[in-house]
Write a new protein. Structure first.
Length: 315
């Protein structure tokens, strides 16, 4: 790596939370800035769960703290509440701070807060409301996935991507519900591109496989061997059905041109506020047996955030 690239990376840091969906929000914005950046993996120690009211690295493990060394960055992008005291600590060393999700404390220390409209953020000069959450599914990533998975294009249309999550804290997705959603997805009359996630459980995967017998489909179970076709599913889908418990998958689906349907699988108020924001904007519709395809334009919120950062002269 050349010295020039190293110098450029030192000016922009991304604090990467261990949770992939949280880290993807910060990384997705950085990638859309089209400039080198340094990724700082965060590892949480035993003090990470404390509600630190001041800037500190104390929640990090010793090895993670050792990664935070000068020269200090000019811009830091972070996501998730645990990263807030670390970002604020870097802010005390001269960095501008861009943060995704509600910070909980120290909001005034951030140059820009990227907050979901479903959280009803109060208007402020450092607040940018978005639909859903930021992510790493860019038009370029979708184009690469379409080229990487040409066999998916040979399946009969409409191709319906079925993205299954599960309870955040629970025993996975109810297999009976998973089977019902798979059967309804097959009801569009084309093919089904189904994937389960870490929270779905093996029972849900087996139920989907049984429900799709005799239906043109491709099923990828969580943790299966071989390449993950998830991005290929998004790139080739004519319609996408997402369980409403997954903010990440809902937000990533918004990046496509496919008709987006939300399977209402949780009573969590915050998730339901997110669904309503997507329904109200025309970006999604409730999923059921009578669902019909509709036209919608792709939504690129990470690019809009990156454009705001550039407009403010920070990158």
């Amino acid at each position: 790596m050349t010295e020039a690239i190293l110098r450029a990376e030192s000016r922009l840091w991304v604090l990467a939370d261990p949770r992939a969906g949280t880290a993807a929000q910060a990384l997705g914005i950085a990638e859309r800035l089209d400039r080198p950046f340094r990724t700082i993996p965060l590892e949480w120690g035993r003090l990470a769960g404390l509600p630190w009211p001041w800037p500190t690295r104390a929640g990090l493990t010793a090895s993670a703290q050792a990664r935070l060394v000068a020269p200090w960055p000019e811009l830091v992008i972070s996501a998730g509440r645990r990263s807030v005291p670390v970002a604020r600590w870097l802010g005390r060393r001269g960095a501008r701070l861009v943060h995704c999700m509600r910070p909980g404390t120290g909001a005034a220390d951030f140059s820009l807060l990227v907050l979901g409209r479903h959280d009803a953020p109060k208007p402020a000069g450092n607040v940018l409301p978005i639909l859903g959450a930021c992510h790493r599914v860019s038009p370029a990533a979708l184009a690469r996935a379409r080229a990487e998975w040409p066999a998916l294009g040979a399946l009969p249309g409409p191709r319906v991507a079925l993205l299954l999550g599960g309870a955040v804290r629970g025993q996975g997705l109810d297999p009976a519900l998973a089977a019902t959603l798979a059967a309804q997805a097959a009801g569009f009359g084309g093919s089904v591109l189904a994937t389960t996630s870490r929270r779905s459980g093996e029972g849900a995967t087996a139920a989907v496989a049984a429900a799709l017998q005799g239906v043109p489909h491709r099923l990828h179970g969580w943790g299966a061997d071989g390449p993950n076709p998830y991005l290929g599913f998004l790139a080739w889908a004519d319609a996408i059905v997402v369980t409403g418990d997954s903010v990440s998958m809902l937000s990533e689906a918004l990046a496509t041109r496919a008709a987006l349907f939300i399977a209402e699988t949780t009573d969590a108020p915050r998730h339901r506020r997110l669904w309503q924001s997507l329904f109200d904007s025309g970006q999604a519709r409730p999923f059921g047996a009578a669902a019909a395809l509709f036209d919608r334009a792709p939504l690129d919120e990470p690019a809009r955030v990156a454009a705001e950062i550039r407009a403010r002269g920070w990158a």
